[in-house]
Design a binder for this molecule. Structure first.
Ligand code: SF4
Ligand code: SF4
Length: 94
């Protein structure tokens, strides 16, 4: 259960007073689907990395891609742009 701030504790007008604070909000918590990458057919073209709107695709030193799910909203864009159909959207049961 998330503890929401009392209205008396909230900043008037909900102003953003701290740059980069969106990093703290786990927008992936309301995801219903999650991308699963089949690395055996991935050609490391990085289309998914370029097009993910939430910067959730990570690339290791070998150029292999993975998904960082903290902010992944399950939009499926990465799956749509993959030229090898290496990304499948699966129900997120975590
Ligand atoms: S499902 Fe959407 S948010 Fe998640 S990794 Fe793919 S493009 Fe990014
Ligand atoms: S778009 Fe598909 S083939 Fe390209 S890096 Fe991502 S998973 Fe691999």
């Amino acid at each position: 259960m998330v503890n929401l701030a009392d209205y008396k504790e909230m900043i008037i007008g909900s102003r953003v007073i701290e740059p980069g604070n969106s990093e703290k909000f786990r927008t992936g918590d309301w995801r219903s689907q999650v991308p699963v990458i089949d690395k055996s057919i991935c050609i490391s073209c990085l289309s998914c990395w370029i097009d993910c709107p939430d910067n959730c695709i990570v690339v290791d030193e070998d150029g292999l891609v993975d998904v960082k799910t903290t902010h992944c909203k399950g939009c499926g864009i990465c799956s749509q742009v993959c030229p090898k159909d290496a990304i499948t959207m699966k129900e997120d049961i975590a």
